[in-house]
Design a protein around this ligand. Structure first.
Ligand SMILES: NC(=O)c1ccc[n+]([C@@H]2O[C@H](COP(=O)([O-])OP(=O)(O)OC[C@H]3O[C@@H](n4cnc5c(N)ncnc54)[C@H](O)[C@@H]3O)[C@@H](O)[C@H]2O)c1
Ligand SMILES: [Zn+2]
Length: 360
C-alpha cells in the first residue's frame, strides 16, 4: 500500500492507495475517532458491486452503517438528489458526530461531499473513489458540489475528506472508456508538473490500459502526490491551484455545448489539452516536438484529440468559454505550458488563435 499525505494543517488527511483496501475501510475509519453511526452514499452501479463489502467492513469495525443509493451518472448530481440524501440521513437519525462514506466515482464523491458539508452544518466524510478519474483527481482537494440546470458545479463548497481510500481492485470493473477518461487527468499531471511522469506514461501506457496493478499504483500515487502538493499550497484556488485546469477552458466548453453524455469529461479535456499545447507552442515557445508528443500520448490512450465544429457550434463554444466560472472580467484565460512539466496560468489568448488551433 502507498500513502500520500495532504498537508492542510488541522484538516490534513491521508490518501491510501493499493489493492484489497475496501476490506480495511472500517479499520481505517476507526483510527479517525469518528462516531459510531454512518451512511454510505453510493450509486446503483457501484453499490451493486461494492456496497456489501463496504458495509461488512464498517460493521466488523463496530460501526453502525446505513446505505443510501442514488441513480448513476452526471444527471443525478443535482439538488433533488441532495434533498433525497438529507431526508434519508434524517430518517436514520444521523447526528453531528456521524460520518458519510462516498463510495463511487466523482459524481458520488462531489454529491456526498456536498451533503456532508451541509447536513447539520457539516459532518465528517470519507472518500472511497472507484473510478480512475476520482482516484487521481476529484476525491482529493475538498471541492464538493452539484450541478444546476444552468451549469455544472454551480453550487458547492470546500469540505476536505478525513481520509481517501483508493482500492485499485475496483478499477477492474470500470468500463474501458471511463479508464481512458481517467488517464486524461493522469497525463495532465505530467504536463503541468512532472516531465518524468510524462515520459513514464509514454512507456507504460499499454500496462495502464491492461490495468496492471503495479503500473496503476504508480500512476495513481504520483497523480495524488501532485494534486496534494498543489492543494496544500492553495486550498481554495486563489492562484496556483488553477494549473489543475490545464486543457479545461476548452474542455468545459465542449462539455457545455455538447450536452451531458456525448463527451466524457476526460475526452473533452483531452481535446482541450491538445489545443492548449498548440497554443502554448504558438505563444510560449513550447517546442513543437513536445506539443506533438502530447497529442500522440492522448491518441495512444484512445482519447479524442480533435473536434469538428460547424460555424454555429464554434460560436457556441466561444460563448461557453466566456461563461466559464474561471473567466474573470470577460477575458478568456488559459493555463499554458512553457515546457513539459512547467505551466503558467492566467494567460490571455487571442480568440483567433483558439479558433485556428481548433480548426487544425
Ligand atoms: N471535486 C473535484 O475536484 C472534481 C474534479 C474532477 C471531476 N469532478 C467531477 O467528477 C465527476 C465525474 O466523475 P467520474 O468520471 O468518476 O464519473 P462517475 O462518477 O459518473 O462514474 C462513471 C460511471 O462509472 C460507474 N462506476 C464507478 N465506479 C465503477 C466501478 N468501479 N466499476 C464499474 N462502474 C463504475 C458509475 O456508476 C458511472 O456510471 C463530474 O461530475 C465532475 O464534475 C470533480
Ligand atoms: Zn478535470
Amino acid at each position: 500500500m502507498r500513502t500520500v499525505q495532504v498537508q492542510l494543517g488541522k484538516r490534513s488527511y491521508r490518501i491510501l492507495i493499493g489493492g484489497a483496501l475496501l476490506v480495511r475501510l472500517g479499520a481505517e475509519c476507526r483510527k479517525l475517532g469518528l462516531g459510531a453511526h454512518c451512511a454510505i452514499i453510493t450509486d446503483r452501479n457501484v453499490g451493486a458491486r461494492y456496497a456489501k463489502a463496504a458495509l461488512a467492513s464498517l460493521k466488523a469495525a463496530g460501526f453502525n452503517p446505513v446505505l443510501i443509493t442514488v441513480p448513476a451518472g452526471e444527471t443525478a448530481k443535482n439538488l433533488k438528489t441532495v434533498q433525497f440524501c438529507y431526508d434519508q440521513l434524517a430518517a436514520h437519525r444521523l447526528e453531528r458526530k456521524s460520518f458519510i462514506v462516498a463510495l463511487g466515482g466523482g459524481v458520488v464523491g462531489d454529491l456526498a461531499g456536498f451533503v456532508a458539508a451541509t447536513y447539520l452544518r457539516g459532518v465528517a466524510f470519507v472518500q472511497v473513489p472507484t473510478t480512475l478519474l476520482s482516484q487521481v483527481d476529484s476525491s482529493v482537494g475538498g471541492k464538493v458540489g452539484v450541478n444546476l440546470r444552468s451549469g455544472k458545479n454551480l453550487v458547492g463548497s470546500f469540505h476536505q475528506p478525513r481520509l481517501v481510500l483508493c482500492d485499485l481492485d475496483t478499477l477492474h470493473t470500470l468500463p474501458v472508456c471511463e479508464l481512458r477518461a481517467g488517464l486524461a487527468e493522469v497525463i495532465k499531471y505530467g504536463i503541468i508538473h512532472d516531465a518524468r511522469l510524462f515520459a513514464w506514461l509514454e512507456k507504460h501506457l499499454p500496462k495502464l490500459l491492461a490495468r496492471d496493478a503495479k503500473a496503476l499504483a504508480t500512476a495513481v500515487a504520483r497523480s495524488c502526490e501532485i494534486k496534494a502538493n498543489v492543494v496544500g499550497q492553495d486550498e481554495t484556488e486563489t492562484g496556483l491551484r488553477a494549473i489543475l485546469n490545464f486543457g479545461h477552458t476548452i474542455g468545459h466548453a465542449i462539455e457545455a455545448i455538447s450536452g451531458y453524455g456525448e463527451y466524457l469529461h476526460g475526452e473533452a479535456i483531452s481535446i482541450g489539452q491538445v489545443a492548449a499545447a498548440k497554443i502554448s507552442a504558438a505563444l510560449l515557445g513550447l517546442p513543437e516536438r513536445d506539443a506533438a508528443r502530447i497529442a500522440q500520448l492522448f491518441k495512444q490512450a484512445g482519447l479524442p484529440t480533435q473536434i469538428q465544429l460547424s460555424p454555429a457550434q464554434r460560436k457556441k463554444l466561444f460563448a461557453a468559454m466566456r461563461l466559464d466560472k474561471k473567466v474573470s472580467d470577460g477575458e478568456i484565460t488559459f493555463v499554458l505550458a512553457k515546457q513539459l512539466g512547467e505551466v503558467v496560468w492566467g494567460q490571455k489568448v487571442p480568440p483567433a488563435l483558439i479558433a485556428q488551433v481548433l480548426a487544425d
